[in-house]
Design a binder for this molecule. Sequence first.
Ligand code: PAF
Length: 286
Amino acid sequence: MEIIRIPRIMQDISKDFLLRGKTIGFVPTMGALHDGHLSLVKRSREENLITVVSIFVNPAQFGQNEDYNIYPRDLEGDTEKLIKENVDILFLPDAASMYPEGYLTYINVENLSEKLCGAFRPGHFRGVTTIVAKLFNIVKPTRAYFGQKDFQQSVIVSKMAGDLNIDIDIVVCPTIREKDGLAMSSRNSYLDNAQRQAATIIYKCLKETCESIKSGIIEIKNVKNFMLDFLSKEPLISEIDYAGIYDTSSLEELSTAKENMILAIALRIGKTRLIDNMLINIKEER
Ligand code: PAF
C-alpha cells in the first residue's frame, strides 16, 4: 500500500489510473477504523480495480465545543488494517494542505443540511460537503462508499454530487453492528461500561418501532412519541436530539406512511453523541 500525503501527487496518480482505464473506488474516513469502515473497503475492492482510502480528521465539520481535539486517532492500527485489506493507496493529507492559509471556499447543500443532525450541529454538513467535494476532486473516484449509519450524510453527499454534476456513483452500504446491535462508530470508544450497555437501547428502540409499524400496532403519526417513551426507560441518556420517522429523500418528519421511510435517532449518553437509523419499506414489509 502506498501512502500519499500531498493532494497534487494524489491527483496526478489518479489521473494516471483513469488514463489507463482503471476504475477507482474511494472510501473517505476520519480514521480510527472499525469493521464498518472495512466493509466499505471490501465492497470497493470487489467493484473497482483500484481502492483509495483517505484518513483526514476534518476540522471544518466539528463545532467549537465538539470533540475535534479528542477524536480517536490510531494511524498505526489503521495502516495495518488497510494493508490487510489490500488497499492500493492511503491518502493522508494534513490540515495545512487541505485548508491552506487564505482558504475561502465552502460548499453547502441547503435545506437538507439544516435538518436532523444539522439542527444540532450547525455548520457540520457544510464542513462535510466541502471536504468530500475536495477529496472527490483530488481522488477522482469512479465510485465512493459511505455507510448507512450516517444516512443524512449520504443523502446530502448524493444531492451535492447530482447538483454539481460530479461524475461519480455514491454507494451506500449497510450499517455494521456489534453483536448486541449497537452500530459501530469510532465514538463508541468514548463510552464506559455502563454507558456502552445503555447504548444498546438505540437499536432495540429502532427494531421495536419498526416491528410495531409493520404489524400495525402504531400509526406513523404516533411513532415519535412511541420512540421517546421507549428511550425514556434508559436513565443514562442525557439528551435526545431527535427520534422519529422521516422521508428518505427530503428528510422531513412524516405523519402518514410513505413507501420509503427511515426511523432515525440522535441522542447523548453522557457527553457522547450517538446516531443510528433503520429503513422501512412498507410495501415490502406489510
Ligand atoms: O463519515 C465520515 O467519516 C466523515 O464525515 C467524512 C465523510 C470522511 C468526511 O470527513
